[in-house]
Ligand binder design. Structure first.
Ligand code: BTN
Length: 247
């Protein structure tokens, strides 16, 4: 897969929606839509994604086959690529929080949203990545101000969003190819190494219930393995994780 920049917008409702329109019209795998600001950014679990100017917002059209979808979490390897891109641009050490948040100094620096669309025989994955590069603290809405951060806030400097994008694209192209070839295991272990969630006691909200236990690892596809207090194990494919404390 080669990423091919199709559209670059100063301001857009949502790159996710735009990439989906392009995919519906047959846009090939690798089609990239970028925006500098979004007025209707979408987050995971139906939430809004605050997208003020200063951030990097992108969506990619992917057309993985069924086998590839089963092999490894594409959104997790995208989060790994984003984390690596931010580290390379700003010389920081970002971490990951399961399922695919990018975190710096305990606050959220970016997120990944994967929308799998099936339309008749056609199916595609719209992969969205939002990264807070130069976002000013007061540009975040009040309700996320204590939870979110940006590279600029943490490093008191401004960074090139184009450089972050270039690093992301080159890392993600490589990772996607590895998953396609069936050699994604190494990537998952690299993602696991960056994941603050593992080894922590967690409370996870998933499909209307809450479970608590120790996040002990990732399975071969990137799902979270949680050991419950009665020693039973749960394998989680989605959910909202609260890290209670390191064990
Ligand atoms: C999350 O909730 O953590 C995921 C956020 C993903 C946001 C990105 S920004 C680019 C793309 N366009 C959207 O509307 N959402 C995704």
């Amino acid at each position: 897969m080669k990423v091919s920049p199709a559209e670059q917008h100063e301001r857009l409702g949502s790159t996710q929606e735009r990439a989906r329109e392009l995919a519906q019209k047959g846009a090939p795998e690798g089609t990239l839509v970028v925006a500098r600001e979004q007025t209707g950014g979408k987050g995971r679990l139906g939430r809004a994604w605050a997208s003020p100017t200063g951030g990097l917002y992108l969506s990619l059209v992917l057309r993985p086959d069924e086998g590839m979808l089963k092999r490894a979490s594409i959104s997790l390897v995208a989060a790994l690529a984003a984390s690596e891109a931010l580290d390379a641009t700003a010389r920081v050490s970002t971490s990951l929080k399961w399922p695919n948040d990018i975190v710096l100094h305990g606050k959220k620096l970016g997120g990944v949203l994967a929308d799998l669309v099936r339309e008749g025989k056609d199916s595609y994955l719209i992969l969205g990545v939002g990264l807070n590069v130069n976002t000013a603290r007061d540009a975040f809405p009040a309700e996320v101000r204590t939870l979110a951060t940006s590279l600029a806030i943490e490093k008191s400097a401004t960074f090139s969003t184009d450089e972050v994008l270039e690093h992301f694209v080159s890392h993600f192209e490589g990772h996607y190819e590895s998953v396609r070839k069936g050699s994604g295991a190494l990537l998952l272990s690299r993602a696991a190494d960056r994941m603050t969630t593992l080894g922590s006691r967690v409370r996870v909200k998933v499909a209307g219930r809450t479970i608590e236990g120790k996040a002990s690892g990732l399975n071969a596809t990137g799902a979270l393995v949680v050991e419950l207090d009665d020693k039973k194990r749960e394998i989680l494919y989605a959910g909202d994780v609260e890290e209670l404390r390191s064990l």
